[in-house]
Design a protein around this ligand. Sequence first.
Ligand code: DGY
Length: 323
Amino acid sequence: VHFPGGKRPKICLTRRWPEAVEARLRVSYDVTPNETDIPLDPAQLAEAIRTHDALCPTVADAITREMLSAPDRRVRIIGNFGVGFEHIDLAAAREFGVAVSNTPDVLTEATADIAMTLMLMAMRRAGEAERALRSGKWGGWGPTNFLGQSLAGKTLGLVGFGRIARATARRAGAFGMRIAYHSRREAPDMPPHAYFADLGALAAEADVLSLHAPGGAETRHMVDAALLARMPAHAVLVNTGRGSLVDEAALALALKERRIAAAGLDVYEAEPEVHPALLDLPNAVLLPHLGSATIETRTAMGMKVADNLDRFFAGEPLLDPVG
Ligand code: DGY
């Protein structure tokens, strides 16, 4: 891509990206890659914002008002490598005229796959059983060994009903599950799925409750002790959205006391920290934020960031503007 005036914008990638994407970016940009692949600390992020035209962060990089308001800021666009943007102070970006883009659509199917993985592992006790086998505690097939729960005939309650929730619904439908959902608005185009205006009512009804709401102040701890108390004792909680949606201490207690059967988590409140009480629980399946982690998807995410940067520096509207 040739930009007006023959300029080569200077861009900072906060982590290593798939090689095909870095190679594409190097053609049109002066790219500062992060050779170490160690996350930048806040001082390094602030420095990158002062010295580059674009910053391309990930979910692990908190982009604060303080960074965006720096009088000597050079960055004009944040090209986020990911769909969620809870870690970026959007109000500050808007106020200081910094554009923000994200990567919707390309990670929908991969993330729905992980929601199903967690659902299957938690319902069928697959993590617990695998750990037992590896530690020599499997005594052979037995009629009552490792009994989990079937998916067929159960109700999946989706919290949020955007792209990833709908992709999860398609998969769960193929497993014979009924679909119910809670979101701000009913989706009239989605019969026969049952709409619940009230989250507590959905929690009481669902055999599996799967979270697909965005993070941020509005949804923080939407799954708290009170909501967990509405869930039936056989119910399973799945979270591929954001860790902030769940009060982890309350969840750990509910799992320990078997007030719900199990949880499957891919995201955590203070990544990469995992609440220590969760680590000890046999009925918690814990994945390390794998939602979009396929070669195809991570490459497509990087290409989407590049498409947005190309548009921005050519003076065209962003494909995926945020805020
Ligand atoms: C996303 O795309 O939001 C993933 O959670 C990684 O940031």
